[in-house]
Design a protein around this ligand. Structure first.
Ligand code: COA
Length: 156
């Protein structure tokens, strides 16, 4: 379990845990708002299939206390950079600080104890919620585009 001690705005502790026999159904059923489906699939189930079929990505369940509230995944690129993907907070859980706490927790862990590893992610430039979240956490566009998405790297 990844637990950096962050809470959401209602005081719930936000942790990242492996997807396992007990929580995979709840993770699979996570859904963004309908108007966010331009940016992410309709259900987090798609990400679980991707991580099962890929050697690159690992899915994690985002918990707010004991409730499954989101999905996020991580991977390591050939150049050693760490990547965050598949960030989705269930529509009913959005706007409470879960996404912010989850990305901070994962980015800190991926960067390593001395923040030696580059941490990157990508988002569509029109996805204003994602852009604001990532920018406010210190992710800056690198100038590289991947599949219509801006690649951003954490700078400290
Ligand atoms: C992007 C997302 C993960 C944010 O999760 P969240 O738990 O709702 O976000 P938080 O409550 O932690 O808010 C963090 C910041 O995001 C931004 N944000 C969140 N929702 C927003 C919205 N509807 N409009 C504009 N900005 C928004 C704000 O800057 C907010 O900052 P604040 O903490 O000062 O208010 C969530 O909206 C989501 O799942 N969206 C659909 C999937 C998606 O687009 N994923 C990213 C793909 S790259």
């Amino acid at each position: 379990m990844l637990d950096s001690g962050f809470t959401d705005r209602t005081g719930r502790r936000v942790t990242l845990r492996p997807v396992d026999d007990d929580n995979w159904r709840a993770v699979a059923d996570l859904a963004p708002r309908d108007d966010q489906r331009d940016w992410v699939p309709a259900l987090a189930a798609r990400y679980l299939l991707l991580t099962m079929r890929s050697d690159v990505w690992t899915s994690l369940a985002v918990y707010a206390d004991d409730a499954v509230a989101g999905h996020v995944m991580w991977g390591v690129d050939d150049d050693g950079s760490r990547w965050i993907g598949g960030m989705v907070v269930d529509a009913a859980e959005q706007g409470r600080g879960v996404g912010r706490a989850a990305v901070r927790t994962l980015a800190d862990w991926l960067a390593g104890p001395d923040a030696t590893h580059p941490v990157r992610l990508s988002y569509h430039p029109d996805n204003t919620a994602a852009a604001r979240l990532y920018t406010s956490l210190g992710f800056a566009p690198t100038g590289v585009m991947e599949d219509d998405e801006l690649v951003a790297e954490l700078s400290r």
